[in-house]
Every structure is written in C-alpha cells, then in structure tokens.
Design a binder for this molecule. Structure first.
Ligand code: ADP
Ligand code: MG
Length: 708
C-alpha cells in the first residue's frame, strides 16, 4: 500500500503551490517519492558553533555559526546607494559586521540590542570581520519561549541543525525546498517500508529505509549522513543485482525445457573441424571450448562472455561452438558488428564449415528482396544451420526453426534489453558474447552481472608483438619510406584516417584525399584501394577480397577496419591523426596487424596540438600491447563518468550509488543476492509480491524486467 501513498503528486504536500510544483516538475520531481529521492548535494552544519574568534584566526573565508548581539548600525557610500552595515558582537565580545547590499530594510529587523543566530561566510577585510552572504534568525526574548524550545534545536527551523543543500533550479529556493522535503518526510515517512531482508540490514550495518530517507535529508549529527547514504546506496545496488539474478534464474529455468532438436546425423562435427585445421588450438582456446561445450551440453542455457585480446582466435572458438549446437539439430546465429565483418565471418565459415556439410547463409542489408525471402523461408524450415549477419539477424521477421546458439561478436554495447529481445526468439537459446575489449570490472558485475566469463589469455604461436612507433605530423615521409620497403618484400599495409572526406571545419587529413595522393604520388607502383562506410557493399566486398588475396597492397580506410578484419599478410598499420582515436579503437586498429608470421609495425602519426588525454593515449599505445591494461588505462584517462555515458546509458539508473566509488558495496550486494538465490530463490520469482514491489520502487528496472 505504501506505493500508492508515495505516488501522490507533490502538489499535495503542505506549502507547495502550483508555481513550486511547476518548478519541481522541471527537474523531474512529480510525486512525493520523487521529492524524497531528491537527495541533498551537501550540508550546512549549523549545529556546531564556530564563533568570530575562530573566523578571525583563519585567513580566507570561514563559515561562522554563532549567536551574537546587534551593537550598532552604520552606513557607507553616498545618497541612494548607501549601504547598511550592521555591527555585531558575539558572546565573547568579538565584533564583526554584516554588509547588507540592497537590504537596508534589515535595519528594521535587526535593531540595536537584538540577539540573533548568524550563519554565513565571513572573511577579514579592512581589518574587520565581514560577511555579505549570511542568514540569520532573531532569538526571541526569554519570556517568549517555552521550556521545550529552550534547547536551541527547537527555536528555529534553520538553526541549531544540519541543513540539507539541494541542487536548485529557477523558481526554487533552498528554504522552500527544505520545507517541502520536511513536509514530505513528516507526512509520508510512515509509508516508506524497508525492502531489504532483515539479515542484510544487520550484517551490513544499515538503517531502516524510512530512517535513512529522513536522515539523508535531515541528519541530527554529522555521522548520520554516512550511514543513511550507505543504506540507500546498498539498496540501489541490491536491486540492481536482483535484476541480474533474476535474469540468470529465468534462463536457468528456461533451460529445463528441452534444449535439443532433431539430432543431426553427424555427431562429431566439431572434432572434425579441429582435425582439419593446419594448426592446433591454443591452451586458451581449448579451455574456452571446454567451458562452452559443457554449457552447451548442460540443461541450463548458457550466458557466457568470451573475452580475449585481438587476434587470440575467438572466431574459431565460436565456430566450434556453433558446430556443437548444429550437431544437436539446432541452428546458430552469428552476429557481427559490421557488414564487412559479417562477410568475412561468412567467408571463413564457408571455407571451414561448408566442407563438413554445414549450410551457411549470410543475411546482409544488401541481399535483394526475393533472395532474402527465400533465405528466410529456408531459415524457418530449418534448411540453414548457421546464419551470419549484423544486428538485422534479430529483426521481427526473422524466424528460426530452432535457434540453439546466438554468438554476438564485438558488441560491448549489446545491452541487457537487446540480449533480452534476442532470447525472446527462443528463451532457451545459448548466448555467447565475444569481445576483445575487456569489460571493466564494474560492468562485469552489473550489466554483465548475470553472465559467466571466459578469458583467453594465450595467443597463437609465432606472433611477435607489434612494434609501435609514434611520429609527429610532418615526419610521415620516413614512415612512407619504411612502408615502401615492406611492400617491396611482399607485405601489405593499412592507412587509417579519422574522416572520410575533407571537412571545412577541421584541418585533418581525410581518407579520400589521402587515397589519391597515396595512390598517385607516394605509392604509384602499388595497388591502393579505398574503403569506408559510404562505399557500396558489393564494392567493399570486392576490395576486401582483393586485399585478402594480396592483389591490393594498400588499404586506405576509416575506422571501418577497426574490428575483426583479418588479413595475416598485412603487417603495417599507419594511423594518421592518431590523437583523434580513442584508446580501444587504436588498440583494435593495431590488432589488424601482427596476425601472421611477419614482424608487424604500427605507426601512430599525430599532429602537434595534442591534448593531455591525447598525449596519455599515445603513450599507453607506445608502451603496451596488452588489451587489458589498455582498457584499464582507457577508463582512467577518460575518467569514470564516461563509463555510464558511453557504454551503458539507461542501465545505470542510480540516484545515489556511484559505481566508480561504490564498487566494494556493489560486490557486497552481489554476494548477498547470490546468497539469497541459493537459500531462498523463491524470493526472486516474479510472482513474489515482495520482489515485485522491490522492482517497482526502482522504475528503470521495471522497464528492464517487463522487457524480458
Ligand atoms: P579474434 O580473437 O581477434 O577474433 P580471430 O578469430 O580473427 O581473432 O583470429 C585471428 C587469426 O588467428 C585468424 O587468422 C585465425 O585463423 C588465426 N588463428 C586462430 N587460432 C589459431 C591457432 N590456434 N593457431 C594459429 N592461428 C590461429
Ligand atoms: Mg574477432
């Protein structure tokens, strides 16, 4: 029932008129619960006394909180612009003055002899302690106050306590907002019920929710805020982990339904593939295959994240997994981030899997309508075993006969909702996410919190780390000479630019212009081709094919070649205006070379106007080839704020918790939720009303849940 009460419009609160309501709604406060969740930005401590002596002693500004007596009025300035100055003495007789710019009317209120409580910022000027920003309250004469009010706390709403300071917007004042929140707490606090299991409150040293809400707004002592904050943060993180736990549990259940289709006549396809390879799997690949096959063979649907640095051979692991799924008579969907990559995967699948009798199909945007219809029919009737494509794979009109496994390549941004949409195609389908950009630990515990993680740590043998060189703009001539030599030895090179065509706004080299000059002036004796997102898909395919075969020696590109492209004979990567690329993009780009037997080189050409972050990125690239370290550095350089913004907007619905600072608390919440999953999984069931309530109190989750 408390839900309903707290959903009342904020205008119901005493003292909130239509104007304040309108101002509040502009900052997203519509209901009582919204205003209760509008936590203070900081506090003003008007509890602990700081008198004039203390302010005198310090240089600079001091916050004073004391009682004092008005001793005199003075004016300075001329004519109408005269300004009132009120002189005060504190209890020890130390003087200070209040400068009342534009507030000469205060003379009436603060007559000589009046006792006041003063709170304000004071500093010493002209040998005198002064304040222009102050708040005061007149202390009533003794005979006017009751016994109870005698304790300072009760004389005033705004003195003798710790006051919350809220972020404001036009039309709102601190005073007004404090009053509104006070009323909300007083009138509705009784409807706030604690949602966390009792034992977790005890074991984590938390408060009841109602207490926490009251104390976060109106702490009685400074220590209160910390405990209140801890409680509210923990609760948010707990909800978050509950959502992840529920997804995991739901999958576990779905898996109890049959996971097998009509068995394929061939039982050991995946072993046949492994046998047919000219090399053996690395330890990392073997281990990954073991873990994945175990998942695939178990009743429980898999949700696994396969991470491993660029070039470690994830595609092959995915193919082996696909075969295992196909052996069981089911279909596999393989999603790539770009058409280019989808095509490359399809070519590889064709080469490696078709000989085993696997029916591979590529679904790309450029497949013509009638052909597409045929393909979709074949998919629905089960005549396609492996469907490769971009995110179009999971469109509404795509129906698998029996989807057994979905592989998602290089889609860190593949958020919970999309994963969910996918699993709706078949809730029992296994899910394999692959990434070369290691998931930062915060994400691993949240957005990916319901997944198991496999990490491939080894590289195929014979790979030596890419040699990385930095070159300032203007010295690229030397780089070109070096490349020329490599090309003459039969190698190939990429040249990458930040822009497709020239821009009036920025003085940058662009792919199109550089394509002409590389082709006609710098490397006239070699075949140079250009590839970027605006080039027609069929043309792209032709160019990529020719680059694969070595007919094209230089590929001029934008970051379209960032992910996945695999041409082992290409051993040179030149990135011009490298400072304009993010760290993970640079790492991915560099990962295009170093894939074959030849020593590889990356040249990062940078223009001199480097930002601090730009310099830091280049330095990291020069010093490290370790994707994990680079990802960590990336996070550090970009600053924590970016995490939620870039990767996960919409999935970090926290009001008070902050994943960057509350990581330990997040881990605790996770452990607690896992405990709950084991001891009391019933609590995680959607039909459980306690749980439903839990999710409802955290609106972004209810979206997430209902989307499942
Ligand atoms: P990524 O993990 O970046 O997706 P790929 O799957 O594209 O890496 O593999 C990179 C290259 O390494 C491919 O050319 C692939 O054929 C090759 N490769 C994969 N596994 C091995 C192995 N065990 N031994 C040798 N080469 C391998
Ligand atoms: Mg890959």
């Amino acid at each position: 029932m408390f839900q309903e009460e707290l959903k009342q419009p904020v205008g119901r609160l005493q003292g909130i008129g239509p104007k304040t309501s309108a101002a509040l709604s502009r900052i997203g406060i519509h209901s009582v619960s919204d205003i209760l969740k509008y936590y203070p930005r900081s506090y003003e401590n008007r509890l602990d006394e700081v008198d004039f002596t203390a302010a005198f002693k310090s240089s600079g500004q001091t916050i004073v909180n004391t009682s004092a007596t008005v001793t005199a009025h003075e004016y300075f300035g001329w004519g109408k612009k005269q300004t009132l100055k009120i002189l005060l003495n504190d209890n020890k007789g130390i003087p200070a003055s209040l400068i009342c710019f534009g507030r000469n009317f205060l003379a009436e209120k603060l007559k000589e002899g009046t006792s006041v409580l003063v709170f304000g910022t004071f500093s010493v000027r002209y040998n005198e302690l002064q304040s222009t920003a102050f708040d005061f309250e007149i202390i009533p004469e003794l005979f006017d106050i009751t016994e109870k009010q005698l304790s300072a706390r009760n004389i005033s709403d705004s003195f003798g306590r710790i006051l919350p300071v809220y972020p404001l917007t036009s039309g709102l004042t601190q005073k007004g907002l404090r009053k509104a929140v006070r009323n909300a707490v007083d009138q509705y606090g009784k409807f706030i019920s604690t949602e966390l299991p009792e034992n977790f409150i005890l074991s984590n040293g938390l408060m009841s929710k109602a207490d926490a809400v009251e104390k976060i707004h109106f702490p009685e002592r400074t220590e209160d805020t910390a405990k209140a904050e801890l409680t509210l943060k923990y609760e948010e993180l707990f909800h978050f982990q509950m959502a992840a736990a529920r997804r995991a549990l739901k999958r576990r259940e779905a898996g109890r339904r049959s996971k097998t289709g009509i068995n394929h006549p061939e039982r050991n396809l995946h072993l046949k593939l492994i046998d047919s390879l000219p090399f053996s799997l690395t330890d990392g690949q073997n281990q990954a295959v073991d873990e994945i096959l175990e998942d695939l063979d178990s009743e429980r649907p898999m949700a696994r994240l396969l991470q491993g640095d660029v070039g470690c051979g994830k595609t092959l692991v995915a193919f082996i997994s696909a075969l295992r799924c196909i052996e069981k008579g089911m279909q596999c969907a393989f999603m790539a981030p770009t058409e280019l990559l989808a095509r490359q995967h399809a070519d590889n699948a064709d080469r490696l899997l078709s000989p085993l009798g696997i029916r591979v199909a590529l679904l790309s945007g450029s497949v013509k309508k009638d052909k597409r219809e045929l393909l979709l029919k074949a998919l629905t009737s089960g005549e396609v075993d492996l469907l490769i494509g971009t995110h179009a794979l999971f469109g509404d009109d795509i129906n698998f006969k029996k989807l057994g496994l979905a592989v998602i390549d290089e889609q860190q941004r593949f958020g919970v909702l999309q994963r969910t949409a996918l699993s709706e195609k078949n809730t029992a389908a296994d899910l394999l996410l692959m990434t070369a950009t290691p998931i930062p630990r915060t994400l691993a515990m949240t957005v990916f919190g319901d997944m198991d993680v496999t990490t491939i740590k080894s590289m195929p043998p014979g790979r030596s780390p890419v040699e990385t060189h930095l070159a300032a703009l203007g010295r690229e001539e030397k780089v070109y000479q070096f490349i020329k030599k490599q090309l003459s030895e039969g190698r190939q090179a990429y040249f990458v630019y930040p822009l497709i065509s020239s821009s009036d706004k920025m003085e940058l080299k662009d792919a199109e212009s550089m394509f002409s000059s590389l082709k006609d002036e710098i490397f006239p004796e070699h075949r140079v081709e250009l590839i970027h997102s605006r080039i027609d898909e069929n043309e792209k395919k032709k160019i990529m094919d020719e680059f694969h075969t070595g007919d094209v020696q230089i590929l001029v590109a934008t970051s379209v070649v960032e992910v996945g492209v695999d041409v082992p004979n290409a051993n040179c990567m030149v990135i011009e205006h490298a400072e304009r690329f993010g760290l993970s993009a640079l790492h991915q780009l560099r990962g295009r070379v170093g894939r074959g037997e030849h020593q590889s080189y990356a040249f990062l050409v940078y223009s001199p106007e480097l930002t601090e972050a730009g310099t830091a990125r280049l330095k990291v690239m020069k010093e490290s080839t370790d994707g994990f370290l680079i990802a960590e550095e990336d996070l550090r350089i970009r600053g924590p704020g970016d995490l939620a913004g870039s990767a996960q907007s919409g999935f970090m619905p926290f009001t008070i918790a902050d994943l960057n600072t509350d990581f330990d608390l997040l881990k605790k919440a996770r452990v607690d939720v896992r405990k709950l999953m084991d001891t009391d999984p019933g609590l995680l069931q959607p039909q459980n009303s306690v749980l439903r309530k839990l999710f409802e109190t955290c609106p972004p989750f209810s979206n997430m849940i209902s989307g499942e």
